[in-house]
Design a protein around this ligand. Structure first.
Ligand SMILES: Nc1nc2c(c(=O)[nH]1)N[C@H]1C(S)=C(S)[C@@H](COP(=O)(O)OP(=O)(O)OC[C@H]3O[C@@H](n4cnc5c(=O)[nH]c(N)nc54)[C@H](O)[C@@H]3O)O[C@H]1N2
Ligand SMILES: Nc1nc2c(c(=O)[nH]1)N[C@H]1C(S)=C(S)[C@@H](COP(=O)(O)OP(=O)(O)OC[C@H]3O[C@@H](n4cnc5c(=O)[nH]c(N)nc54)[C@H](O)[C@@H]3O)O[C@H]1N2
Ligand code: SF4
Ligand SMILES: [Mo]
Length: 757
């Protein structure tokens, strides 16, 4: 590749495949550093701070959406000479109303760390990573993956992406890989997280459409949390619950006595994976006792008779006994739901990460539908989203759905997408990708030989991880694109591409209540790290796809493309006037169509929920009531492995695999730095385990040494290890929800053996 440094007109870049790519000079920022020249593919303005910068005085403030969880709080950034030096929660943002959790407060701090990847790194013959320049990195990328494709076929390269980059980057990646580079298979960590909810909604409502708005937390008179621990995982949503003035009943269904369960008015501490039977028993009770909204069911649903017959077999008495809870408690919960006038049902990973997750989520949806608790303030069957932009990945990642939630199989959809993108219809594939678990299986079978991992850390987070780590060794070529070069996954990479993180780039996230919020560039990325957007841009150029992606110059240009793609979909956002409107009006919930906005492109009302007209997204406008049989746990406890292991979030201050949160000295003080297992006092006594003692936890797949935390928050026969420690997924069992392909992370059998300290 050559760049003419003296020319002021267009320059020619020669890509790895020899194609000439004319680039406007302002798009190429060429810098000399000592003897090294680096070429950064940036659009005008990107070498400075973001679009908001120019309109901001030197010392002032601006706002951005938080980049950790999908609550999507607004943060006010305090700038000195245009660079963020501190932040406070935004008081006017409709999500958080002046509140933030410790992760949000520390969002800038985690950007400064010696673990940041500051140059591309290439693994040498000695197995060590050596710094290289971007030109060599892009060429290595192209040669590496092209080489794999030439040796093993186009299908032998896959990517694994994320719910933690902006929609514009997600769309770029998906379009580049699938419409440009000929990569057939790509999935992301949203499979570990939201696939179940997406699948359940799609089948029940006709579209992946969480119906609620956060105001509903404050408007309900009964809130039911199933497999959700918002006190820890979504603390600002929980703050919204605390603002509820109706003195609501709060029912928590969770095998552990979590912080949320302790704050509830009713806790059904069920044995793990008894939810489906329990929800069917509650449904049966509601039907038997005339709590059904007959008009709503008749006008707006299909399948009620089948549902009624199916759940008739689930009586509270026997279901409650099997679940280890009292029938009276279940009856009281069912009565509360039946009598409530605004009942909202919320679920998170205790449901999604189950081998019958989709059916369990649909059992929740069924209850909301038959009681008419949908489309009104304070109601809904509401899946809480995990990562800051998991919903963006559901809509825009172009993995199992054609970009914009279209169908790969439908010719009309392919044509629409091709038109909206201005691309040839021939480049739009007619099949979806393999799911995550099948991609991993493909690596095992030698079908996948090249892997590109973006903003996720599967060597820590994927289920049954020692297996995955071994499998990465089977790849010919692996690229990891991350903010930090120290992640468990980056250690396996041939090539590490250093990324800018939240605060160092621009784009939009979609939060749990469908709100599109803006993130901004208020910091320079360290060293030569680039926004993922510009890494994708660079790859497009070096792969010879510059022309195909000519319109994809900057995040807002891609946002316009996404708007075109959304036209006439339930997630239509053609009415949004652009980044400035998103910034000024506190984010916009989808849908917001051109018709909604009108000629004056007015701002939308701030709290909008779906289905107020009782019309769902199936062709006949009706929601579907879906039921299925209840299956036993695949690895139940037995004499050799007598304990069921639960995993999940440990503290408010820990984020996933900790690559980010461990960089903050403040956050590190707020959580246990060493891995631990929560174990019931009666089990601990029987095993002669003292609080604070080291124990060995063994499953059929692996073992870990952790500290015993003896506590009655878990029941006898169960234990809990947070997911944040590297070793947790050595224990978990690879099994999946059949409909969604989501891993069932929260049920495997283990034994616990005391260690002499
Ligand atoms: N502090 C912090 N916050 C986070 C995250 C983080 O890493 N740290 N991650 C974010 C992401 S991506 C996600 S997906 C969310 C997750 O948010 P949550 O889903 O709320 O968190 P988890 O702890 O994974 O699981 C919730 C609960 O499910 C329960 N559970 C386990 N098995 C069962 C079961 O069989 N039935 C029922 N009913 N419950 C069960 C567990 O005991 C646990 O209390 O959090 C988001 N917020
Ligand atoms: N046992 C067990 N395992 C689980 C779970 C569980 O409950 N139990 N939960 C599952 C769930 S719900 C989830 S969501 C997953 C999460 O699993 P992962 O996605 O593997 O976890 P993260 O630590 O969030 O990894 C994100 C990576 O992206 C990097 N990153 C952050 N921002 C950017 C960016 O802008 N660009 C780039 N290129 N990189 C960036 C971070 O440094 C980090 O390495 O874990 C799953 N694993
Ligand atoms: S609750 Fe979530 S979005 Fe809000 S500050 Fe905390 S991590 Fe950020
Ligand atoms: Mo998640």
């Amino acid at each position: 590749m050559s760049v003419d440094l003296t020319s002021s007109a267009a320059v020619d870049l020669t890509s790895a495949n020899g194609a000439k790519m004319p680039l406007e000079l302002p798009q190429v920022l060429v810098r000399r550093e000592g003897a090294m020249t680096r070429e950064l593919l940036l659009h005008p303005g990107e070498h400075g701070l973001g679009m908001t910068h120019s309109s901001m005085a030197a010392d002032t403030t601006t706002t951005a959406t938080c980049g950790f969880c999908a609550t999507g709080c607004g943060l006010r950034l305090h700038l000195r000479e245009g660079v963020a030096v501190g932040l406070t929660p935004e008081t006017k943002y409709p999500v958080n109303l002046g509140m933030a959790c410790p992760k949000g407060w520390e969002a800038l701090r985690v950007l400064d760390s010696p673990e940041r990847a500051t140059t591309p790194l290439l693994r040498g013959a000695d197995g060590k990573h050596q710094p290289i320049g971007w030109d060599q990195a892009f060429q290595t990328f192209v040669e590496g993956f092209r080489g794999v494709q030439e040796r093993h076929g186009l299908d032998s390269v896959a990517f694994l992406s994320t719910g933690q980059i902006p929609s514009e980057e997600m769309a770029f990646l998906g379009a580049l890989a699938r419409f440009g580079m000929g990569i057939k298979h790509g999935d992301g960590n949203t499979r570990q997280c939201m696939a179940t909810a997406a699948t359940a909604y799609k089948e029940s409502f006709g579209f992946d459409s969480p119906p609620y708005t956060y105001d509903d937390f404050e408007k309900s008179d009964c809130l039911v949390f199933i497999g959700a621990n918002p006190c820890i995982a979504h603390p600002i949503m929980w703050e919204r619950v605390l603002r509820n003035r109706n003195q609501p009943e709060i029912i928590v269904i969770d095998p552990r006595r979590t912080e949320t369960a302790m704050a509830a008015t009713q806790h059904l501490q069920i044995r793990p994976k008894n939810d489906l039977a329990l929800l069917y028993a509650i449904t049966n009770y509601l039907i038997q006792n005339d709590y059904v909204d007959q008009d709503f069911v008749a006008s707006h649903t299909n399948g009620f008779e089948t549902l009624r017959e199916h759940v008739a077999a689930f009586d509270i008495e026997s279901v409650a006994r099997a679940a280890g809870i009292s029938p009276a408690a279940v009856q009281r919960a069912a009565e509360t739901i039946g009598k409530g006038s605004a009942v909202s049902l919320w679920w998170t990973m205790g449901v999604n990460q189950s081998y019958q997750g989709t059916r369990t989520a649909q059992a929740i949806i069924n209850i909301a539908l038959i009681t008419g608790n949908i489309g009104r303030p304070g109601t809904g069957a509401n899946s809480i989203t995990g990562q800051c932009n998991a919903m963006g990945s559901r809509l825009w990642s172009n993995t199992t759905n054609l970009i914009g939630h279209h169908r790969f199989e439908e010719e009309a959809d392919r044509r629409k997408v091709a038109d909206a993108l201005g691309m040839d219809e021939q480049c739009i594939p007619s099949e979806g990708s393999w799911k995550y678990d099948r991609i991993i299986e493909g690596v095992r079978r030698g079908e996948i030989k090249g892997l590109w991992v973006i903003a996720t850390n599967p060597a820590h987070s994927w289920i049954d991880q020692s297996d995955v780590r071994e499998l990465f060794g089977k790849l010919d070529f692996m690229v990891v694109q991350d903010m930090y070069h120290t992640t468990e996954t980056a250690r396996h990479a041939n090539l590490v591409l250093p990324s800018a993180g939240w605060g160092e780039k621009e784009g939009t996230f979609i939060n749990s209540e469908r709100r599109i919020g803006l993130i901004k560039k208020v910091r320079h990325a360290p060293g030569e790290a680039l926004a993922d957007f510009h890494i994708f841009r660079g790859i497009a150029h070096y792969w010879g796809l510059a022309e195909q992606f000519a319109e994809w110059t900057d995040p807002e240009a891609v946002f316009r493309i996404l708007q075109r793609l959304s036209r006439d979909q339930p997630c239509d956002i053609t009415g949004i006037d652009g980044y400035r409107q998103l910034d000024a009006c506190g984010g916009v919930q989808w849908p917001w169509t051109e018709q909604d906005a009108g000629d004056d492109r007015s701002d939308p009302p701030q709290q909008r929920r779906l289905f107020s007209d009782g019309r769902f997204f199936h062709e006949d406008g009706r929601a579907k009531l879906v039921v299925d049989s209840v299956e036993p746990m695949p690895e139940p406890p037995n004499a050799a492995y007598p304990i069921t292991l639960l995993t999940g979030r440990g503290t408010v201050s820990q984020w996933h695999t900790q690559t980010r949160t461990r960089q903050s000295p403040v956050l590190r003080l707020l959580y246990p730095n060493e891995p631990y297992v929560e174990i019931n006092p009666v089990d601990a006594d029987a095993l002669e385990i003292d609080h604070g003692q080291k124990v060995r936890v063994q499953s059929r797949r692996g073992e870990v040494i952790v500290t015993a935390n003896v506590t009655a928050t878990v029941r006898r026969g169960q234990a809990f290890i947070p997911m944040h420690y590297e070793s947790t997924n050595r224990l978990t069992l690879s099994h999946f929800d059949p409909q969604s392909g989501q891993p069932s992370y929260k049920d495997c059998a283990v034994r616990i053996i005391p260690q002499s300290n």
